[in-house]
Design a binder for this molecule. Sequence first.
Ligand SMILES: NC(=O)c1ccc[n+]([C@@H]2O[C@H](COP(=O)([O-])OP(=O)(O)OC[C@H]3O[C@@H](n4cnc5c(N)ncnc54)[C@H](O)[C@@H]3O)[C@@H](O)[C@H]2O)c1
Length: 270
Amino acid sequence: MLFLSEQEMWQSVTLEDVMDAIEDAYAIHKSGNYKMPDRFIAQRDKNMMLYMPCFLDSVIGTKMLSEFPDNPSLGIPYLNGLMILNNAKTGLPKAIMNGSALTAMRTGAVGGVALRYLAPEDAASVGLVGCGMQGLHQLLYACEVRPITDIYLYDAYAKDLSGFIERLSARLASFGKNAIQIHTCADTRELAEHSRVLISATQAVDPVYPDDEELLRGKCFVAIGSWRPERRELPDAVWKLVKNAYTELPYACEESGDLKIPLEKGVLTQ
Ligand SMILES: NC(=O)c1ccc[n+]([C@@H]2O[C@H](COP(=O)([O-])OP(=O)(O)OC[C@H]3O[C@@H](n4cnc5c(N)ncnc54)[C@H](O)[C@@H]3O)[C@@H](O)[C@H]2O)c1
């Protein structure tokens, strides 16, 4: 069996490779040739275990993640996990890899693919709300797909972002991007004023941006925090600015507060 650590995973692929793999996954999804049950969540108090199996003809993949909200106060990441691959014919385990690293790689690449196609070609500024593990990876991909010169940061709770900036700078430098300027913002209004692309990667239950259509008009959004019905990152103004919203899974309208709450309020109709 193959065991892959975070370091080995990053040594095996480029950012472009991971984004190409995401596009392959979308093609498989479009083909319908897979079996993927809705994400199963086991919860005790506020701690959650997530089980995400998917059968393809070639392989079976299962990602298992834990989300323990008190971890950051213990100095441990909030999200941890494993990815397991099994042989599609026999079920025998083929590989085990670091699921936290895979999540950051994969989720960052989903944002990266969105920006590849949807962000203005000349977008040079990106704002990040929520300066954690996912946010850092979202920024790596954003800087890979667009000629980013300036990054703007805001975090509601982590007031000292120097450690994050140090880690981000080191990662950007490892991809040859040494010249990008990193700025911190006092609030998300300031961040949105400066940024063409807006990324949020938080555990927010209330929208992270002001509900202001003029402020948000013409921006390209990536919002990854709202995968629970009670969590929400995007204000109603975003939905008022768009003509249609598309999801790849109907279940997203139940699972994501960013869709479910505007649907309930009538800001979006199904
Ligand atoms: N969509 C997906 O596929 C996917 C995948 C992985 C993680 N996630 C989600 O992404 C989010 C971030 O995960 P992470 O591992 O980076 O967590 P993290 O704890 O490392 O980072 C989150 C950061 O957001 C900040 N934050 C929280 N609420 C905020 C708010 N209202 N405004 C501004 N900043 C706020 C926190 O202070 C923290 O620094 C979580 O909600 C996680 O569940 C989504």
